[in-house]
Design a protein around this ligand. Sequence first.
Ligand SMILES: [Zn+2]
Ligand SMILES: [Zn+2]
Length: 326
Amino acid sequence: MVFEKAGQPLVLRQLPVPQPANDQVLLKVIACGICRTDLHILDGELSQPKLPLIPGHEIVGRIVKVGDGVIELKVNEVVGVPWLGYTCGHCKFCKQGKENLCDNPLFTGYTIDGGYAEYTVADARFCFRLDEAYAKYSSAPLFCAGLIGFRSYQMIDPAAINLGIYGFGAAAHILIQIAIAQGKKVFAFTRDADEQAQRFAKSLGAGWAGNSSEVPPERLDAAIIFAPVGELVPMALKNIDKAGQVICGGIHMSDIPAFSYDLLWGERMIKSVANLTRQDGLDFFNILKSVSVHTQTEVFQLSEANEAINRLRTGKINGAAVLVMK
Ligand SMILES: [Zn+2]
Ligand SMILES: [Zn+2]
């Protein structure tokens, strides 16, 4: 499914199977999740895509061929491919272990082709090698929703107990399972009157679920915002206690309205989360060994990508949307 121009639907095309370069592997894609970032790309809010582009950066696939320089991965192994597709390794940020901020990165399904396809190539150094148990469509949302949610979660003070989550979609439904396993009390904020999402949050263990504009019954120690809505930042600040953090987990957000300094006073903090590092992935999959996380997915065929995207856009997906290849 090919993205050709902002604002237009994806187009189903027959393309040759790509061949892996020296450092790449060729994957038969098992499934690819649909992330909100894909919507921002298709809408032109992320303005520098490769064109034409095969979107998709939540890929689970099986290696069918490896480039000559690949030693760490073998044919038939299962891998996950995330948003971070390549980093330069020598800029200031790469040298400081902050490769998520690399000055010369490539991003899967944005500046390199991604997983809305039956086959794709990926840089072997940026793939996560997985157990065979991950070779299923329900793993796909882990590779962005799961990872970015986890990185956001790592930004909050480990001592925080009351955690607010704004926007209860794919990332939140994975993160809440880890947070609760680690003793957090989760307060889920959804679009106004989205009772389905609120029920969903409670079914996963949220202690409270309500509208974003509501004041929760207890002060929050930290809040993570996954919804791309700038108004939520001052709303979350109002609800967090002194020294609390408001973490913005999305790649795009509408403008944040002006707010009184009083809301930030008391050493409250606002921080964005950008991309991921490979270490985040290793840490995340390590935690999944002891916390069993179940993803709720709505499955679509590759050719149904536009329909799936529209359902995500209108808030009709409970959990995560995933494209499954034949
Ligand atoms: Zn770099
Ligand atoms: Zn994503």
